[in-house]
Design a protein around this ligand. Structure first.
Ligand code: FES
Length: 177
């Protein structure tokens, strides 16, 4: 019985290892070289101006302005806003949007709520808080107005950015800043 160890096996292993390392080095080099090219040709989807982001749907797809503006004036359209927070955009007369978006997050305990067009209110189902169309409290237990975000149209792009100016509803510094 021949118990000798083949001398070819270690040689093949070294060759395979060398091939693997060569392939890895080539792949890394190619990735490094192609990354700037791919990045250059990829359209930007995120903010470039003051922390603004593009309005998206719940699947994370950018929503074109024409889709929202197809709704009747006075409609409230729900989008995914800053940090994915559900946010109402308000369609105005003349094919535009209100510059004030309203975050769908009840200031009582944080429930989301629907817009009720018949009562012209946001109505929280959790404990009955009611808000006016601009997000001010009409009935508690919530005692602070709904958070605002800035909305800006730029062609088909809807840009959402933090609202850090005075709250036009109270004339005071916003509670969320
Ligand atoms: S969470 Fe909205 S009323 Fe309590």
């Amino acid at each position: 019985m021949d118990n000798s160890i083949s001398m070819e096996a270690p040689s093949m292993s070294r060759r395979q290892l060398l091939n693997f390392l060569t392939g890895a080095v080539l792949a890394t080099t190619a990735t490094g070289a192609l990354y700037p090219v791919v990045k250059f040709f990829t359209p930007p989807t995120e903010a470039s101006k003051g922390g603004a982001i593009l309005a998206k749907d719940k699947m994370g797809n950018v929503i074109p302005a024409s889709q929202i503006l197809a709704e009747a004036p006075g409609s409230r359209a729900l989008i995914a806003g800053l940090a994915g927070e559900p946010t109402y955009l308000i369609v105005k007369e003349g094919g535009t949007l209100d510059t004030m978006g309203i975050v769908n997050n009840c200031t009582h305990l944080g429930c989301t709520f629907p817009w009720n067009p018949n009562d012209n209110q946001f109505q929280c189902p959790c404990h009955g808080s009611q808000y006016a169309p601009d997000g001010t409290v009409e009935r508690g237990p919530a005692n602070r107005p709904l958070k605002l975000v800035n909305v800006r149209l730029e062609g088909e792009a809807i840009w959402i950015s933090p609202w850090i100016a005075l709250d036009p509803r109270t004339g005071e510094k916003p509670w969320w800043v």
